[in-house]
Design a protein. Structure first.
Length: 148
């Protein structure tokens, strides 16, 4: 079955020894999440944070999630596209028609979220080269009514 609603990005079948463990399409939020690794809850009432989650949603699904719409963190560029490092284990990147959120629990993951940006690739493509990652396609903020 093919997913055609928007482009999907992930970090592959595994990263830093963490295999992909969940792929969830949340129709209520119009997002797809790719989760890596497992975790164990320390109490019966609490959940636990997986070591890495990549969440992809159409750009401007939430109007505040554009490079200028997020408060805090550090704005920059990686792989030729805007990136916002929120300094809390979350990095947000914009490419093509999607916003990609990369989240790790602070201090508890073997993956640095900025390193995960360098591993991002479109689902269905694979690049086994050891060269520096290619630039990602420029984001399109036209649906937001602004340039980003």
């Amino acid at each position: 079955m093919e997913f055609e609603e928007f482009e999907l990005y992930w970090v592959g079948d595994e990263i830093a020894g963490l295999p992909i463990t969940h792929i969830i399409h949340r129709t209520s939020r119009n997002s797809v999440s790719f989760s890596y690794g497992d975790c164990e809850s320390t109490t019966e009432e609490s959940g636990c944070a997986l070591p890495l989650t990549v969440i992809v949603e159409p750009t401007c699904t939430r109007r505040e999630v554009t490079p200028d719409g997020i408060d805090g963190g550090e704005r920059g560029e990686m792989r030729g596209v805007p990136v916002r490092d929120l300094k809390n284990g979350t990095v947000v990147i914009w490419t093509q028609d999607v916003t990609v959120l990369i989240a790790v629990p602070a201090g508890e993951s073997p993956v640095d979220p900025l390193d995960a940006v360098n591993s991002l690739t479109k689902v269905g493509t694979r690049d086994d080269s050891t060269e520096a990652p290619a630039d990602l396609p420029q984001p399109d903020f036209s649906a937001c009514g602004r340039s980003g």
